[in-house]
Design a protein around this ligand. Sequence first.
Ligand SMILES: C[S@@+](CC[C@H](N)C(=O)[O-])C[C@H]1O[C@@H](n2cnc3c(N)ncnc32)[C@H](O)[C@@H]1O
Length: 253
Amino acid sequence: MILEEVKDKKEYRGLSDAFVSRVVHLYDGKYNIYVEKEKKKLIKEVRAKLRELYGAFRLPGYQKKEKILVQMKSWDDKETAERILSLHMSTLERMHSYQKLYARLQQEIPFKTVLDIGCGLNVFSLPWMGRVDYYGIDVNKDEVDFCNVYLKKFELTGGVRWGDVLSLDTVVKTDVCFLFKVLEGFEALERGSTEKLLKKITSPYIVASFATRSLGGGKAISARRLKWFEALVPAAEKFSLGGEVYYIIKRNV
Ligand SMILES: C[S@@+](CC[C@H](N)C(=O)[O-])C[C@H]1O[C@@H](n2cnc3c(N)ncnc32)[C@H](O)[C@@H]1O
């Protein structure tokens, strides 16, 4: 089966089946999988897409994260947390904005529980967020396990769930749900997935963010591309910080 063949490489083994299948389906009809050469091309293309959707965020030294975590002295040890946050592109780019970001969010939304969808390593921003119950979801088993080791090590309440959020029927209700830099990736996987996902989220507040610079802090990318999102859901507030634009959405749930 294509799914097994795609995952038959260390790098992809930790991805959820539902997520990989979703990517395989993007190429339905493009290749004849009964012709060996075409099947190989399909596998190559699927792996490249997977790398683009989740793997491109890992930075050199990523494998050292477990060793760094051993050195972490307390749940709010900012110095060590920064070393871990700097191993993932999204958290590295946001690292110097966490203080301001969470101060602002706490002012608008007094939250004690968080659901972080497509969380990556964002749990390591808890030292700036404060001691809240933290729930995350990500497709990447390796990252999920690692985040759970941290939560367990310091007996923090919460947990990170492994899975393709687009395939889950329900998600936990929290005071706020973070959708940091994930929606454009979800839309690339399945057009209209944001609308469906918003219906699944039962938290009274959502904070969604989008990059305003290309990956790696490069060229500015036009915010006009986000018109679809602004039309889909009215935001109570919108602000830019670091290389991101944030939307606070208040809902009647
Ligand atoms: C650009 S990164 C953002 C990480 C984090 N939200 C942040 O901003 O620090 C996208 C994350 O979404 C995860 N992801 C991608 N597709 C997903 C899906 N269908 N379900 C759950 N997580 C997904 C990836 O593994 C990756 O960690």
